[in-house]
Design a binder for this molecule. Structure first.
Ligand SMILES: NC(=O)c1ccc[n+]([C@@H]2O[C@H](COP(=O)([O-])OP(=O)(O)OC[C@H]3O[C@@H](n4cnc5c(N)ncnc54)[C@H](OP(=O)(O)O)[C@@H]3O)[C@@H](O)[C@H]2O)c1
Length: 343
């Protein structure tokens, strides 16, 4: 049995169900792949635990039901930060489930950097460090002979990174456009059904799919970060958020939705990358009016869609139907297992 020691930063909507997967998938992982995952440290915003002998995912989950990991009897450390945990623990993989704080990408960036320096592979759901510091982090990972895997950050529900690399790195991929943000699409859908912008935003909030900082979604930052991450991956580039022309959806009204519908069009929040004749990329993130029969426009608000135009393989569409609560932890888990199988 191969044992993989894991550190976890953040125990929210993304990382918590991922930790639950470690329990529900345990038998299959041990029997089929000979892998045993041991959590040796975890933190939330108030503190955490360091447990070289391992701590069960059930104990972590129960602690989060009550409040904070820092209150776990005998093990909890008030105020323990992710960086301190990474400094103090030996582990194989650091799992980053921290929020994408802009404009600096901290503390996520420092955590990932230190984890790599200390010899840990990284699985991250946190878009900001990658969208801001791509070159530095991937150069460091390469120097260290380590992986950063980031399917969740690129867009949970779209496991397209390897396919995009295959197309982009041999000149096949000319352009992509994608629906990466369910909150904006929900707002458009609700406005199309007669709600005001504010009511629609409240609905997204009540549904639990708006980022804690709503401007992340509504001002286009989330779509822009996912666009940069995918473009860099597919074409082997090192663009940053500063290279994306970003537009939010706050200026749009119910009347805009009705007008589009009357002309057979649909508003969509689209992240787009188009290869210029000189090989550089034009990156945009913003609302677009698309014909109702366009592959992106056919998406339900909860779907994620990636459309790609290729040189010789025609148009390609990857459509995740109803990207659900399971897509995010599922994608992190996939990345974790991929690394673990190669160790
Ligand atoms: N949820 C999704 O469907 C989804 C999909 C794709 C990507 N993501 C990305 O995944 C990441 C996590 O998202 P989420 O939905 O899990 O967010 P969340 O529910 O807000 O959870 C964030 C977690 O990070 C902890 N945290 C916040 N600041 C911290 C700090 N400075 N140090 C240590 N821990 C800190 C929070 O602690 P407390 O528990 O104490 O508040 C919480 O446990 C984000 O980067 C997000 O963009 C999420």
């Amino acid at each position: 049995m191969k044992e993989i020691r894991i550190l976890i930063g953040g125990m929210g909507n993304a990382a918590r169900p991922m930790v639950d997967l470690l329990t529900s998938e345990r038998e299959r992982m041990e029997n089929v792949y000979g892998l045993h995952f041991r959590i040796v440290g975890a933190v939330d915003s108030r503190g955490g635990v360091i447990a070289p002998n391992g701590i069960s995912s059930v104990t972590l989950s129960e602690a989060k039901n009550r409040g904070t990991l820092a209150d776990i009897p005998g093990l909890g450390i008030q105020g323990l930060t992710a960086l301190e945990m990474i400094e103090q623990c030996s582990a194989d993989v650091y799992l980053d489930g921290l929020p994408p704080y802009l404009p600096t990408g901290e503390p996520g960036t420092s955590n990932i950097r230190r984890a790599l320096e200390r010899g840990m592979h990284v699985v991250t759901a946190n878009k900001a460090p990658l969208a801001l510091h791509w070159k530095e982090l991937f150069s460091l990972a390469a120097q260290q002979g380590l992986q950063i895997r980031y399917g969740t950050a690129a867009s949970a529900g779209l496991p397209t990174l390897e396919m995009g690399k295959l197309l982009g790195r041999c000149g096949e991929l000319l352009e992509f456009g994608g629906i990466f943000n369910a909150s904006c699409m929900y707002v458009f859908d609700a406005m199309g059904q007669g709600q005001s912008f504010d009511m629609a935003v409240q609905g997204a909030k009540a549904g639990g799919f708006l980022e804690p900082d709503p401007s992340m979604d509504l001002d286009g930052w989330d779509t822009a970060m996912k666009t940069v991450i995918q473009a860099n991956t597919y074409w082997d580039q090192a663009y940053t958020l500063a290279d994306v022309a970003i537009q939010g959806i706050c200026g749009l009204t119910q009347a805009d939705m009705i007008d589009a519908k009357s002309r057979g069009e649909v508003w969509c929040m689209v992240g787009r990358a188009v290869q210029n004749p000189d090989g550089s990329l034009k990156l945009t993130a913003g609302p677009e009016r698309l014909p109702a029969d366009h592959p992106l426009a056919r998406a339900h608000w909860s779907d994620k869609v990636l459309w790609m135009q290729t040189r010789t393989q025609g148009g390609q569409v990857h459509h995740c139907i109803g990207a659900s609560a399971s897509s995010t932890p599922g994608n992190m888990y996939l990345d974790l297992v991929t690394i673990a199988r190669e160790l």
